[in-house]
Design a protein. Structure first.
Length: 162
């Protein structure tokens, strides 16, 4: 594993912000053992260099009326760089798709879909997903209940010496 360009303070900042992205700079600095000015400079650098991509609220899906999560395996007919890029763009354009991945194995893409209920998923499936170009097969895996969601990234590997 290549050496990380981040030091121990950067690691602590990333871990603390994953735990609570609303920490004030003063509280963050105190938590990681820096004074506020250097801490703020480090956070700004981590943002500018893309280590921190953004901040957001994590919503309770059920409470906002999105009670059904479906993992959709999509197999396409013809493999090419252009087709993969097109499917990526098409999946990105569907608001109900909250995450999508190109994968190896039985499927070519796995999409995480969030909708209010089964009727909404049926409409999305029949009117949008099945009409995607060159779709060979779609398999739907319905979430019965979440077990672990919205977990922080495991940054322990950053603390190892090269």
């Amino acid at each position: 594993m290549p050496n990380s360009p981040l030091d121990a303070f950067d690691h602590k900042i990333l871990a603390a912000l994953q735990e609570d992205g609303r920490l004030s700079n003063v509280d963050l600095a105190d938590k990681v053992g820096l004074s506020p000015s250097p801490c703020l400079r480090r956070v700004r650098r981590l943002e500018q260099e893309g280590y921190i991509r953004g901040y957001r609220a994590v919503l309770d899906r059920r409470k906002v009326g999105l009670g059904l999560t479906v993992y959709v395996d999509i197999k396409v007919e013809k493999h090419s760089t252009e087709n993969a890029a097109m499917h990526q763009r098409l999946l990105e354009a569907i608001p109900e798709v909250v995450a999508a991945h190109m994968v190896s194995g039985e499927a070519d893409f796995v999409a995480e879909v969030v909708v209010p209920d089964l009727a909404a998923y049926e409409e999305l499936l029949t009117e949008r997903l099945l009409s995607l170009p060159m779709v060979k097969d779609i398999r739907s895996n319905f979430v019965i209940r979440p077990v672990k969601t919205d977990a922080a990234l495991p940054l322990r590997h950053l603390d190892r010496d090269g």
